[in-house]
Design a protein around this ligand. Structure first.
Ligand SMILES: Cc1cc2nc3c(=O)[nH]c(=O)nc-3n(C[C@H](O)[C@H](O)[C@H](O)COP(=O)(O)OP(=O)(O)OC[C@H]3O[C@@H](n4cnc5c(N)ncnc54)[C@H](O)[C@@H]3O)c2cc1C
Length: 507
């Protein structure tokens, strides 16, 4: 029997899915925790306390987590005495770029908005993010529809009454004063607003929501759904800006800027297991190079997601800890499909309702028109968020490869010209990368979870919102660095500054 075409395609799986656990089990080969090797992750999750040796080093500020939040905090504090601890072998977190044969693509975070905090930081470190400059198409029922929410509504390949329903939905939703009604809207499900229209309307949002904020229409906050719809309709999408690599281009550049000068302060493979605040200092214990080490700091910036933070910061007020544990996270795969010839270059972010992936992005879209640029490979990044109950799919390599094969097969069926075999398919899996923008998350849970302690600031994009945004990670790190400087200088106002930043509503 002839082997299937799939057998000739190389499938590569990367990324980790470690659940709620700051230590990767692969790091646990060395004797640790009184000689226990087995299921240490689970013990930590269940409240086991690691041995905490005496502090052997003092620094002013410890930054825990080297995603865009931790890296930007280090950047804002450059010149000061800090130590950055990151558990993975690389920095970048959910904003991580990779390359194929020198050609850059994203494994997570996709784009910023011109003028937002991420874009500002990018220009500060010498990156110019070009505009996407094109509204999003939808590809459905073998039809390509440009500019979905404006001219596209008349071209959607659905019966006339369905197209009319899309337009009624658009007109009705535009009448809602989203900002003014934020608390009421955030308390309810977005599906309360889609239910009265054709099911195809909700189906479209069942792709857009999980891709952008980890939650289906039914699970989403109506505030988040409606703000996004109004942004699309008022042309905010025109401000999207990015380079190949998605927002991994920023973390990559931050490492390039910081590492030559501060490499002894930037530890990778350093998993923090305990953060204990005392009156005048905070003791941070981490596992690095086979042993536990404690450093004493005057201030700590926690740039880790809350499901991890809640397990390593000791002495959290119980309501705050409960709020941190209340966060829900979507498991997420990004499947990069690499073609050695042009297959699709018609639109940047393309929505494809009803498939195993929600949308796909052309990796080099914003540089294609640069003079002298020649596309060597056509790399398409397929966003493939999963439901929480599907998280275990990402645990096994074989299941990841099947998922990626489904993504490829679904793509090949979208339009006849897509039936082309790639040279390689790469899957980047993450178990808990994106907090879900569920009802009450933005206006209640996140606020209860993110109050600073006397010497511990809770950053990370999940202290902001309303959805998981790199710009929020950067904004809060800028505030976190100012908070730390006030604290170190013995000046008043640190707590007020942090609280004000939490209350500020993202533009
Ligand atoms: C698929 C996908 C697409 C996205 N698209 C966009 C987009 O288009 N635009 C946008 O603005 N945002 C987007 N986001 C969201 C964005 O990626 C995140 O908001 C942002 O990257 C979060 O950065 P962070 O530093 O706050 O957290 P993280 O990236 O989660 O970084 C936390 C870091 O802490 C480390 N860590 C965890 N535990 C420990 C420990 N115990 N000790 C030491 N280190 C630890 C982790 O390894 C990680 O590196 C997307 C996210 C995903 C997953």
């Amino acid at each position: 029997m002839a082997p299937s075409r799939r057998e000739f395609i190389k499938f590569v799986v990367a990324g980790s899915v470690a659940a709620g656990c700051p230590i990767d089990e692969t790091l646990l080969a060395a004797p640790l925790v009184h000689g226990e090797h087995f299921e240490v992750c689970h013990q930590l999750r269940d409240g086991h306390q690691f041995e905490r040796p005496d502090a052997t080093r003092k620094v002013n500020v410890v930054i825990v987590g080297g995603g865009v939040a931790g890296l930007s905090a280090a950047y804002f504090l450059r010149g000061k005495d800090w130590l950055l601890l990151e558990k993975e072998p690389q920095f970048g977190g959910n904003a991580l770029q990779e390359d194929f044969d020198g050609q850059i693509y994203a494994t997570g975070s996709a784009y910023a908005y011109g003028g937002d905090e991420g874009d500002h930081l990018a220009s500060e470190i010498g990156l110019k993010l070009p505009f996407v400059n094109m509204p999003d198409p939808t590809i459905v029922n073998k039809t390509y529809v440009p500019d979905t929410w404006k001219t596209g509504l008349d071209q959607l390949p659905y019966p006339r009454e369905v197209r009319e329903s899309f337009k009624r939905f658009r007109d009705d939703m535009m009448k809602i004063q989203v900002r003014e009604e934020m608390p009421e809207l955030d308390a309810q499900s977005f599906s309360n607003f889609t239910a009265a229209y054709a099911p195809e309307v909700q189906q479209w949002w069942d792709g857009f929501g999980p891709s952008n904020w980890g939650a289906t229409t039914e699970e989403s906050s109506a505030y988040v759904g409606l703000s996004n719809l109004q942004d699309l309709l008022t042309g905010c999408d025109a401000k999207r800006a990015i380079l190949p690599g998605g927002l991994g281009c920023i973390t990559h550049k931050l490492v390039e800027v910081l590492y030559p000068k501060y490499k002894e302060r930037m530890l990778d493979n350093a998993a923090v297991v305990a953060v204990v605040q005392n009156k005048d200092s905070v003791r941070v214990t981490y596992f690095h190079e086979g042993k536990l080490t404690t450093v004493s700091a005057k201030a700590v910036l926690m740039c880790t997601p809350k499901h991890i933070t809640s397990r390593i910061v000791m002495g959290l007020p119980s309501e705050q800890k409960t709020a941190m544990r209340h966060y829900r996270f979507a498991p997420y795969a990004v499947v990069n499909v690499i073609f050695d010839k042009p297959v699709y270059n018609r639109g940047y972010d393309n929505w494809c309702p009803g498939n195993s992936f929600t949308d796909f992005i052309v990796a080099d879209w914003t540089i294609q028109r640069n003079s002298g640029y020649k596309q060597k490979h056509n790399i398409l990044s397929f966003y493939t968020p999963l439901r929480e109950i599907q998280r275990s799919t990402l645990l096994e390599e074989a299941d990841c490869k099947s998922l990626a094969a489904r993504v490829l097969a679904d793509f090949q069926k979208l339009l006849p010209e897509f039936n082309v075999d790639p040279v390689e398919v790469r899957i980047y899996r993450r178990g808990h990368p994106m907090f879900m923008a569920v009802p009450n998350h933005y206006t209640k849970t996140r606020l209860a979870a993110s109050h600073p302690m006397d010497r511990v600031f809770f950053g990370n994009s999940d202290s902001g919102g309303p959805e998981s945004l790199t710009s929020e990670a950067v904004r809060l790190s800028r505030v976190g660095s100012e908070w730390a400087e006030l604290l170190l200088a013995g000046k008043p106002g640190a707590r007020e500054l942090a609280e004000k930043a939490l209350q500020a509503v993202a533009e």
